[in-house]
Design a protein around this ligand. Sequence first.
Ligand code: ATP
Length: 256
Amino acid sequence: MPTPEVPQPVPALDIAGLTVRYGPVVALDDVSMTVHPGRICGLIGMNGSGKSTLFKSIMGLARPTAGRVTIAGHTIAQARARGLVSYVPQAENVDWEFPISVREVAMTGRYGRQNLFRRITSRDRTAVDDALERVGLTDLADRQIGRLSGGQRKRAFVARGIAQGAEILLLDEPFAGVDKRSEATIIDLLRELTAAGRTVLISTHDLSTLPSFASEAVLLMQRVLVHDTPEEALRPENLALAFGVDVTGRDAEVNR
Ligand SMILES: Nc1ncnc2c1ncn2[C@@H]1O[C@H](COP(=O)(O)OP(=O)(O)OP(=O)(O)O)[C@@H](O)[C@H]1O
């Protein structure tokens, strides 16, 4: 008798054969990876390994020369139209002088759900208030975004994703320039979100804290070198592949 087919859960993120070039530079080369709902996937790689390009590709902001990205079973365009994915960019990619308050940043998460001429509804306001509360920024809601600490700025963007109701949050180096207390707050928040079934892809240079919050890790160097548990990914031989030096500081094979 044939075995009955077990329905496979729909991955939160499914990337297949993704290649992105900037002119002659190959930023991503045949990247394939799958992340399931409720997971926190850490993305690790040296400067220029393609982490930001991967985020931009998932958001549809970088044009691949090959491959595809599927978000909760949807194309990028469908996922964005449904507000399924939210991006917390690297700090240097944001104009912190822009005259926008913390509340307004969070409200931008609701725009995708509004028709062009629809007014902000009480539902939008409630969603934004709830999101700001979740990230602990209620008291700073009317402050201009640039007048926040590094950690608060990140939390404002996480609030945008929460207000949006995004299923997948992409965080590009959220701990850079952030004090330990804010880092812990953000990590607690990510744990709460993933416990509720959301999915997080997070790039970080802080390898020491990764196993404390990530459920899995990807080592990237244009290609996926390793996709495993954080402990396995952080084994010295894997780090040597990803960073080009081994723990003793000698050049690894890959750089010779
Ligand atoms: N707009 C662009 N035009 C040309 N080359 C680019 C562009 N953006 C990125 N690159 C190149 O693509 C490669 C991957 O860059 P990317 O920013 O994705 O790396 P990263 O892993 O995020 O680096 P970092 O850790 O420094 O943020 C690098 O060689 C980079 O110089």
